[in-house]
Design a protein around this ligand. Structure first.
Ligand code: 13P
Ligand code: SF4
Length: 304
């Protein structure tokens, strides 16, 4: 912490001067999560906060689609992303043409698009979802067939939760969660009996089936707080366990984890520079933003 302290102090000073709020995803490093964030959360919680914040500047400590979502919901605010190159394998897997292709294949079926996408893809969709509300949104749609894009694993996991719907999907995946295998989890459980396995729904369905619980990053945090297992393996990004371990000294976090190279592009140094120089301003074409806002707002309204 000693080496981070000057950055943390400088960022917190500058944040107050600029009237900025820092929204940080649960996958940020502990120094961002605990040192400078005003709000931490999963994708849905950050979107809700972006829509209601009164700060004039939003610094998005997360990946590019999250900053775009904040700009879509708060078009009059300045949204900064400390590294505009912080992408996402899911967001990169689909374009608006992909949405059009799915509509041609399944005429009349509504398109539910994960927030991990560009603004243009959201604008081409009917409604957005996050991992914390995907099943609820699919279940509530007035159609037997539902198109889910771009995460095939989230779609397959939702299809199991909502068996009365025919869910069809795009062939995208998260480079962090697709690496886990059910076989590895079984082997890990054999070596470490009593470990509670908690998986993100971007993992393949056989991995989720092997887990004791599956949920969004906020759902995972709530589960650990509620259950306080003796040993927990978080089948998700590495920072999750680091960020919550202090709050749960009785829980031993065990097992391997995978790092998201995009999330890890956001560092204290880049946050400081971005706030100092007001660099990394996120702009979304107003026409595209208007279309995307409809899809994102529908999702937020459905969760109310
Ligand atoms: P949630 O925080 O919404 O669960 O999303 C996880 C993720 O991978 C975001 O990129
Ligand atoms: Fe994208 Fe996966 Fe990284 Fe989240 S963890 S930003 S879904 S690549």
């Amino acid at each position: 912490w000693a080496m981070h302290a000057p950055y943390v102090a400088a960022i917190n000073r500058l944040k107050a001067e600029r009237g900025a709020v820092i929204l940080a995803h649960n996958y940020m490093t502990p120094q961002i999560y605990h040192g400078i964030a005003d709000v931490v959360g999963d994708s849905l919680q950050l979107a809700v906060e972006a829509a209601r914040t009164e700060a004039s500047v939003i610094v998005q400590c997360g990946v590019h689609f999250m900053a775009e979502t904040s700009k879509i919901l708060s078009p009059d605010k300045t949204v900064l992303i400390p590294d505009p190159e912080a992408g996402c394998s899911l967001a990169e897997s689909i374009t608006p043409e992909g949405i059009a292709e799915m509509r041609r294949l399944y005429p009349g079926a509504p398109v539910v698009t994960y927030v991990n996408t560009s603004a243009a893809v959201k604008a081409a969709s009917d409604i957005c979802c996050t991992s914390s509300n995907a099943a609820q949104i699919v279940a509530g749609l007035d159609s037997d067939t539902v198109i889910m894009t771009p995460d095939k694993y989230l779609a397959q996991n939702v299809a199991r939760q909502v068996p009365r719907k025919r869910v069809v999907w795009w062939d995208g995946s998260c480079m962090v969660h697709e690496q886990y295998t059910a076989q590895d989890l079984r082997a890990f459980r054999d070596w470490n009996p009593g470990t509670r396995i908690i998986a993100h729904p971007e993992c393949p369905p056989d991995v989720v089936a092997e887990a004791d619980f599956s949920g969004s990053t906020a759902g995972i945090i709530d589960y650990v707080a509620r259950e306080t297992p003796q040993k927990a393996m978080l089948v998700t990004e590495c920072s999750m366990a680091s960020n919550i371990s202090d709050a749960h000294p009785g829980v031993e976090f065990v097992g391997p984890c995978n790092m998201c190279p995009h999330m890890k592009k956001i560092t204290l140094e880049k946050v400081l520079w971005s706030l100092h120089a007001m660099q990394g301003v996120v702009e979304v074409d107003p026409g595209i933003a208007a279309g995307a806002r409809v899809a994102v707002q529908r999702m937020i309204d459905l969760g109310r």
